[in-house]
Design a protein around this ligand. Structure first.
Ligand SMILES: Cc1cc2nc3c(=O)[nH]c(=O)nc-3n(C[C@H](O)[C@H](O)[C@H](O)COP(=O)(O)OP(=O)(O)OC[C@H]3O[C@@H](n4cnc5c(N)ncnc54)[C@H](O)[C@@H]3O)c2cc1C
Length: 453
């Protein structure tokens, strides 16, 4: 067995979203494949990203459901939340998924090395146990790591998303730093679960890169729901004292909290990987530079997923890994379209988006038409809730093509996945209008928008 492993067609470093997909597809084409994973199979998404986060989001939404229930005739009685139960159940589910990932690799005939691997030269990988393996091709799929931002006093007292999933108790107070989707999602999670939540962001607006109208409406909703927003401020210092943690902000204010969570971005995980020895070129951010075919500067070395810092999402890493295997081992090159990537922010209310936000669409399409609607859903109006659903359809007036769909409100992510199909197929506004509405639903508004603003 050991001898058989000494030479492979493909060695994949990192068994996350991109690496696992590439390994399984390449093995399916008959390639001899090995993979190394230094932590948990399934990578960030399964172990400390999308999946556990969504479970926490589900947990956090029961509060709103309980609140609304009375209007529908339910008497819920006293409710109590137990963080330890949620985390234990989450860990059990993640362990199950991790074993599924491992088993699927095994079933595909991929040789598994549950240890760290580094590159020794353009065709050699060295494992932590000292074993060396020759590989026709090497795929780097090592993902990213939380970036704690520029250093400040007391930074070591803060946690990142990696640790948030393993807190021993629900913090009574939490201060989250950042304005990207991870910060916004965790603010919603902790507030929903009952923590007194503050969100500190250096920008004046949350969710850069998303449609500003929806981002602003979400910020208003967070404010209404008791999340303290401190925009235009950064953390200068954290001190542990009698108040718990005292956080000094750049605007001169001070906040007392129990946990500070830094969601200040992620960086490609390339340190100590031996990339120099193989001549693999890096960008200043540490990202591996690749071309549209995921080729690095070294012909036998490829890279996919977050380590290349293109679009850091699971489906993108999977698509890149799959396309790499198709091209290099199946002879069926598949181009990847990065323009239309449906994506969601699992805040409460939820935000879903595909295509360009309005500001960018206006630049690209001078004849842009914007169709928008804002309303309270049937459910929310009935329960006298305040949150509004917001929907925008952006249409290129020159061609009638829909170039962006943005939704804020219940089930936005589910709607946007399907809107993504329509946009990928090149749907026009006329075709949206031709589509029969599904009543009563919120999504029907997307096919009944008449008046451009
Ligand atoms: C809190 C959070 C929430 C997220 N939510 C979403 C979401 O809702 N939707 C979405 O699409 N994306 C989400 N993401 C992003 C998503 O998790 C990543 O884009 C995706 O996991 C990237 O896949 P990857 O294969 O590039 O890397 P990863 O999944 O990070 O996998 C890399 C793997 O390589 C291993 N590794 C690294 N170096 C070595 C080495 N030298 N030897 C052996 N093994 C090594 C690591 O242990 C890791 O398991 C989220 C991320 C975070 C942090």
């Amino acid at each position: 067995m050991v001898e058989a492993m000494d030479e492979v067609d493909l060695f994949v470093i990192g068994a996350g979203s991109g690496g696992v997909r590439a390994a399984r597809i390449a093995a399916g084409y008959g390639a001899k494949v090995a993979i190394a994973e230094e932590a948990n199979f399934g990578g960030t998404c399964v172990n400390r990203g999308c999946v556990p986060k969504k479970l926490l989001v589900y947990a956090s939404r029961y509060r709103g459901d309980f609140d609304e229930a009375a209007a529908f005739g339910w008497r819920v009685g006293e409710t109590a939340f137990d963080w330890a139960t949620l985390i234990a159940n989450k860990d059990r589910e993640i362990a199950r998924l991790e074993s599924v990932y491992r088993r699927n690799l095994d079933k595909a005939g991929v040789a598994i090395h549950a240890q760290r691997a580094v590159i020794e030269d353009a065709n050699t990988v060295r494992l932590a146990d000292g074993k060396r393996i020759r590989a026709g091709k090497i795929l780097i799929a090592t993902g990213g790591r939380p970036y704690r931002g520029p250093a400040f006093e007391g930074q070591e007292l803060a946690i990142t998303s990696d640790e948030a999933f393993h807190l021993t108790e629900l913090p009574r107070r939490i201060l989250i730093v950042g304005g990207g989707y991870i910060a916004v999602e965790f603010a919603g999670i902790f507030a929903g679960l009952g923590s007194e939540t503050t969100l500190v962001h250096r920008g004046e607006r949350l969710l850069r890169g998303f449609d500003t109208e929806l981002a602003d409406e979400l910020a208003s909703s967070y404010g209404r729901n008791g999340i303290g927003l401190r925009l235009g401020a950064t953390v200068k210092r954290i001190v542990r004292d009698a108040y718990g943690l005292t956080v000094s902000l750049s605007d001169g204010s001070v906040a007392h909290t129990d946990v500070v969570m830094l969601c200040t971005g992620r960086r490609p995980y390339t340190g100590g990987l031996g990339l120099d020895s193989a001549g693999v070129a890096l960008a200043p951010s540490g990202a591996i530079i690749v071309d549209s075919q995921s080729r690095t500067s070294t012909p036998s070395v490829f890279a996919v997923g977050d380590v290349t810092d293109r679009v850091n999402l699971t489906p993108v890493a999977i698509r890149e890994g799959h396309a790499f295997a198709d091209r290099e081992f199946g002879g069926t090159p598949q181009p990847i379209d990065y323009d239309l990537i449906p994506t969601a922010v699992f805040s409460t209310p939820e935000l879903g988006t595909v295509g360009l936000p309005e500001a960018a669409a206006r630049e690209r399409y001078p004849q842009l038409k914007v169709f928008r609607t804002g309303f309270r859903t049937m459910r929310s109006a009935f329960a006298e809730g305040e949150d509004r659903m917001l929907m925008k359809l952006l249409v290129d007036g020159a061609t009638d093509r829909v170039v962006g769909v943005h939704v804020l409100g219940d089930a936005a992510a589910e709607m946007i996945q399907l809107a993504g199909v329509a946009l990928t197929a090149g749907a026009t506004k006329a075709q949206f209008d031709m589509t029969m509405a599904l009543h009563p639903s919120a999504a029907e508004e997307l096919v009944t928008l008449r008046q451009a603003s």
